[in-house]
Ligand binder design. Structure first.
Ligand code: CU
Length: 148
């Protein structure tokens, strides 16, 4: 039921996006859209996991994402997984994420991800993540925990 409602919301957002593009002189409805959000399910007792999503700039100007937080994890930071010359995989923190108008940034396993560290109260079924962007805008996005 919840998933069904989520899909409806996503469809509705894309409808709004499309409508915005037809009448370019109106204000954008949403400048930051978060879709396909999920958190990797971890074994009981794990203190950390990773979150993934697509970030879409549905507005007409650049969007700068500057911060992430969650009441369920002590630390939420954006990481980029890279592989160095010797084939060793490592993660580097990305402090800001700039999205140009219309850009879609995909966070996926093996690339960019949100690192959730320090589970406050065990492994949740759903993680609320607050995203700060632009001029002190904050949106709350629910990330379902999934075994993938
Ligand atoms: Cu990481």
């Amino acid at each position: 039921m919840n998933k069904w409602i989520n899909s409806l919301c996503v469809l509705f957002f894309f409808f709004l996006l499309g409508a915005g593009q037809v009448t370019a002189d109106t204000e954008p409805v949403e400048d930051l859209l978060v879709t396909n959000a999920w958190v990797r399910a971890m074994p009981p007792g794990s203190m950390m996991t990773a979150a993934y999503a697509n970030f879409t700039n549905g507005g007409y100007s650049d969007v700068l994402i500057t911060g992430f937080s969650s009441p369920q994890y002590r630390s939420v930071s954006l990481h980029q997984t890279t592989v160095d010359e010797s084939g060793v995989s490592k993660m580097v923190e990305v402090t800001q994420l700039q999205l140009t108008a219309g850009e879609v940034m995909v966070l996926a396993p093996g690339g960019k991800h949100l690192m959730l560290m320090g589970a406050v109260n065990g492994n949740p079924d759903n993680v609320d993540i607050f995203i700060t962007y632009g001029d002190k805008n904050i949106i709350k996005v629910g990330f379902p925990v999934e075994k993938r």
